[in-house]
Design a protein around this ligand. Sequence first.
Ligand code: OGA
Ligand code: MN
Length: 284
Amino acid sequence: MSMEINSLGPVLGAEVVGVDVRDLSADGFKAIHQAHLEHCVIVLRDQHLTPEEHIAFSRRFGDLDFQVLDQYSLPEHREILVLSNKAEDGKPLGLPDGGRRWHTDMSYNEIPPLGSLLYGLEIPPEGGQTKFANMYAAYDALDDETKQRIDGLRAVHDYVHHYKDADAKSGGKRAKMTEEQMASLKPAVHPVVRTHPETGRKALYVDQGHTIAIEGMADADAHVLITSLYEHAIQPQFTYTHTWRRFDVVFWDNRCVLHQAQPYDQTKYIRHMHRTTVKGTRPV
Ligand code: OGA
Ligand code: MN
C-alpha cells in the first residue's frame, strides 16, 4: 500500500495512512515532515510500536526532551511520558488528568519543544478526544490594532503555578513535586507572537495552562489580554477535534498549535497513551 495523506478538516489536521513508521524511506520521511508543517497535526494511523520504535521514529525529527515529572515516565525509557488512568498495586501508571487546559507543551522551558508524538494504546469508547487550535490562523484573524498591540510583547510561562492548580482540581492526587524538580522549573519568557522557524509564519504563542503574566504589564491587564487571546484562538473555526482510534500516533507542532484533552469517564474506561517530545529552538 502506498502512503496517502488526507486532510481531516479545513483549518488543521491530516491523517497519514498506508505507512509503517518503523520502516520509512527518506522520501517517506520527507513527505511526513512536509505534511506536519502544512497541517500542524498529523495522525499516523495503525502503528504498532514498541517504546524503542516510538523513540526511534520520534528521534528522526530531533533530539528528545525529558519530562521534569519523571514519576510518570516509563522507568526503562525516560523519554516516554505515560498518560493513563491505569494503576498497578494502587500506584498510578501515568498522569491521569494531563492536558485538561488549553496549552502548548512545556512552554515553561527556555527552549520549548518542536512537537509531541502521542501514541494511543487504549482508547475509551466515548470521550477522551484531543482538541487542537491553529495558532497561525488565530493570529492572522486578529485585527490590525490587536496585532500591533501584541507584536513585541513577551509573556511569562510557568509550570509550578499550573501544576499546583491542576493538583488542587484533582483533589491533591497528583504526584508531589520534589524540591529539586521545583527548582529546575524556573518560569520562561517568550514572545507573544512567534515566527515559526521552518515555515516563517507568525503564530500566537500564549495559552491557558502556562501563560501567567506579560512583561511590563500589570497582572490584571495581562490576565485580561492572555484570556482574550486564547479564547479567540480556541473558537471552532480554528480548531480540530481528534477522536482517537487505537494505534494512532498523533504528532502535533507545539510551535503553532494549542491542544486540550477532553474528559472521559475514568470509572468506566481506560485511556492509556505514551508520549515522546521532540526538542525545539528558542522562540523568536
Ligand atoms: C499531552 C496532552 C492530551 C490528551 O500529551 O501533552 O496534552 O488528549 N495530551 O491526552
Ligand atoms: Mn500536552
